[in-house]
Design a binder for this molecule. Sequence first.
Ligand code: GTP
Ligand code: MG
Length: 239
Amino acid sequence: MESENQIPKLEDLKYEILPEEYPNYDLTFKIIVIGDSFVGKSCLTNKGTKNMFDESYNATVGFEFVTSNIKVNDQVCKMQIWDTCGQEVYRSLITNFYRNSSLAILVYSIDNLESFENLDIWLKELKMFSNPDAKVFLIGNKTDLEHKRKVTFEQGEAYKIDNNLDFFMETSAKTGFNAQKVFIESAKILYIDYVKYKDRVDKSRSSSVHSSIIKKGSLNQSIKPSNITPHEKESKCSC
Ligand code: GTP
Ligand code: MG
């Protein structure tokens, strides 16, 4: 049984990127990528999972689905990534994807102040429709456009702290800066969540076994040794 002090630290976790077609997995995590249109959600998802970048803009209609397999310590994590469209006209469609997602990657673009100011709207929708335990990663994309920067790194970091988000990082889908790291860190954080959950389940199981033993004792039932067969004696002793 894992105990609280055996829960690994993020920085101590080992990871390995596995091929997309890797056949086996131990854990599945559902991730949604959200944020204003044109901030680079699709490019970041493609760069981070397939090392591909497309300069031309193809607005996502509805959503696109990508998987990525990352082994964290001894567990193969299948990441089911739902890259959603940012256009307002489709907004009501994507709220369905919020449910059951373990993590939301919330993207703005560092050269677009409006995409940063609109984060409040995205967070409000997340609160309304997503699982309350879902993690939120804040990503400031397009760092290669430094000369056009409208949102500082410090503003992004302050937004993460003020809104109690789980992670903040700047990326560039174009150069690849931190693109893969977004998904590696997602897998690691969700893996730690899984270990904590398993620890809680194991503890509650052992405490419910314990409470059932106490309950039997409280009925003051005495079992005479003569009533116990050798097999029963053995099992009593092993308790
Ligand atoms: P919707 O699907 O409409 O919600 O947009 P999106 O957020 O998925 O944006 P998308 O990934 O399609 O990128 C929009 C435009 O920005 C495209 O022309 C990309 O080539 C460009 N782009 C994306 N990421 C970067 C980046 O890191 N740097 C630069 N310079 N351009 C980028
Ligand atoms: Mg898109």
